[in-house]
Design a protein around this ligand. Structure first.
Ligand code: HEC
Ligand code: HEC
Length: 86
């Protein structure tokens, strides 16, 4: 196959799209839940929201998704007690 000018431009565009997608997906990673005494023991959304609702000590940012599964986007703490009920 002979590579002409149009092929070259096409390849550059494809490469640019791949770079934008790779870099973009890196930036989209959300902050992890802190691995501290508070967060290691919280096992329900209701508990999270006592501090992270609009009235809490550290409200979620404006326009934050209202999704329930916090750990789906915010990595759970390494020492999380995970679902163990006391
Ligand atoms: C007793 C209050 C309290 C509870 C309950 C709580 N948090 Fe937090 N959270 C805080 C405070 C205060 C901060 C900010 C200080 C810090 O980074 O430790 C924070 C910070 C965060 C951050 C941001 C970390 C960063 O790097 O800026 C995330 C994400 C988070 N919490 C998620 C959660 C989730 C998910 C839950 C429920 C499993 C939860 N929190 C429960 C008080 C709480
Ligand atoms: C669909 C994904 C998603 C889910 C589910 C989610 N969050 Fe977030 N959250 C984000 C994004 C995106 C941000 C803003 C960017 C960032 O924190 O890196 C954010 C930011 C935050 C912050 C502010 C962090 C800071 O220091 O600025 C807190 C606190 C937080 N979320 C708490 C929670 C809690 C509590 C839950 C569960 C009720 C939850 N999030 C569920 C995506 C999500």
């Amino acid at each position: 196959m002979k590579i002409n000018k149009r092929d070259t431009i096409f390849l550059i565009i494809v490469a640019a799209v791949i770079i934008v997608l790779t870099v973009g997906s890196k930036e989209r990673t959300t902050k992890a839940v802190p691995d501290d005494a508070i967060h290691d023991k919280v096992t329900s959304r209701a508990e999270c929201m006592t501090c992270h609702s609009a009235e809490g000590v550290k409200p979620q940012p404006l326009g934050h998704p209202s999704a329930n599964q916090c750990f789906q986007c915010h990595k759970q703490p390494d020492h999380w007690v995970g679902g163990i009920t006391k």
